[in-house]
Ligand binder design. Structure first.
Ligand SMILES: NC(=O)c1ccc[n+]([C@@H]2O[C@H](COP(=O)([O-])OP(=O)(O)OC[C@H]3O[C@@H](n4cnc5c(N)ncnc54)[C@H](O)[C@@H]3O)[C@@H](O)[C@H]2O)c1
Ligand SMILES: [Zn+2]
Ligand SMILES: [Zn+2]
Length: 369
């Protein structure tokens, strides 16, 4: 099959022919329809976050099940089903998974995120000469990918598979931030700092959960304009306005109950913290490019009873089906968020545009192109 392989950050992605993988116990083989292009991939492509090479990235996928591995009787999964695959692939066995905390799965972090393998300690991807190729999540920048059965959810027929690729990371991460990180309540006020792929979904999901005010903060006017279409009630361009002043003015001097941060830089942490009300919750989902730190004003946090509630992905097994339901019912307008489609061959160019801040919403690799 064809796959976009990363051998060296200096070279970038290169499409190669590698062996078509086979699913093992409690796994499925998916023929990829589309794969979303996430900012997290950029950290690996640029060599900022350590990951074994060669590897295949791509962790936000839709496609059709074409083969079941053994021991799938209990899953209800069948060949021919259209599915969404989530980046956060819980093992279902560790103590965190047993408590329902898929987002903390030790096996996923230790074997997949650190070593690029699945849960028998081996990769499913090999070059034609037998060379091992690491998998970032399921390695979906390819014609086929193997996904643990815990991490796929069946899609209704009316979900459009190509833009639907974003459900497995951008939308699910946003759902996790709103439902789990913030535990957002009807009528609360919200700021969303950085309205890219994930931030755009946070806006829509906050609206669906009943946020009374949604203030989008970004550095690009076109992205802020798009944010309004998705449900932002106000926008702040942080290159033109002071975020604290603007948000406090918009909220009658109070600040917001919840400030989501969706980029992972010191300046976006600062913007989110500066938007908070007394007792407010700051929910960061942005990942830094390697080890990064951000400043937190000690006395303000203490005296004003503010919290910082990190949120990674969501609880895949229960949350991915909810995300799909929200998309099917129109609460998540995933088609509107996807503004660009690239062929697998042009995936590298797409990531260059993402790195340059030129992608509004989300871009996807469409395997039919
Ligand atoms: N926690 C998780 O589970 C999880 C999952 C997916 C992605 N991520 C991380 O979330 C972050 C966002 O990913 P994405 O794919 O949405 O990124 P993206 O590239 O699509 O969007 C980034 C946005 O930030 C805006 N921006 C740039 N500088 C800014 C600034 N100073 N202030 C405000 N906005 C600014 C850009 O204009 C753009 O709209 C990344 O760090 C990614 O690694 C985390
Ligand atoms: Zn992602
Ligand atoms: Zn686990």
């Amino acid at each position: 099959m064809k796959a976009a392989v990363l051998r060296d950050p200096q070279e970038g992605l290169r499409v190669e022919t590698i062996k078509t993988p086979r699913p093992r116990s409690r796994e499925v083989l998916v023929k990829v329809a589309a794969c979303g292009m996430c900012h997290s991939d950029l950290h690996v492509i640029h060599g900022k976050i350590a990951f074994p090479y060669p590897c295949v990235l791509g962790h936000e996928v839709t496609g059709e099940i074409v083969e079941l591995g053994s021991d799938n009787d209990h899953t209800g999964l069948k060949v021919g089903q259209k599915v969404s695959g989530a980046f956060l692939m819980p093992c279902g066995q560790c103590s965190h998974c047993a408590e329902g905390r898929d987002d903390l799965c030790d096996t996923f972090f230790n074997l997949n995120r650190l070593q690029g393998k699945l849960y028998d300690g081996q990769t499913r991807l090999f070059g034609t000469d037998g060379e091992e190729i690491a998998m970032y999540s399921m390695g979906a920048l390819a014609q086929y990918c193997v996904i643990p059965s815990t991490s796929v959810a069946v899609l209704p027929d009316d979900i459009d598979l190509v833009p639907g690729a974003i459900l497995g990371c951008a939308a699910m991460t946003a759902y996790g931030a709103v439902r789990r990180g913030a535990d957002l309540r009807f009528g609360e006020t919200v700021a969303v700092v950085a309205t890219g792929g994930v931030g755009s979904n946070i806006i829509q999901i906050s609206k669906a959960f009943g946020a009374s005010q949604i203030i989008a903060v970004d550095v690009a006017d076109d992205k802020l304009e798009a944010a309004k279409q998705l449900g932002a009630t106000n926008v702040v361009n942080s290159t033109k306005e002071d975020v604290h002043e603007a948000v406090f003015k918009l909220t009658g001097g109070k600040g917001v109950d919840v400030a989501f941060e969706a980029l992972g830089r010191p300046e976006t942490w600062e913007s989110a913290l500066n938007a908070l009300s007394d007792g407010g919750r700051m929910v960061p989902i942005g990942l830094g490019a390697g080890v990064q730190t951000a400043g937190v004003e000690i006395n303000r946090t203490v005296r004003r009873g503010q919290s910082i509630l990190g949120s990674y992905g969501a609880r895949t097994r229960v949350d991915l089906p909810k995300v799909i339901e929200m998309a099917a019912k129109g609460y998540i307008d995933y088609s509107r968020i996807v503004t660009r489609r690239f062929s697998l061959e042009d995936a590298g160019k797409g990531y260059d545009e993402l790195a340059a801040g030129k992608i509004q919403g989300r871009a996807v690799v469409d395997m039919s192109l």
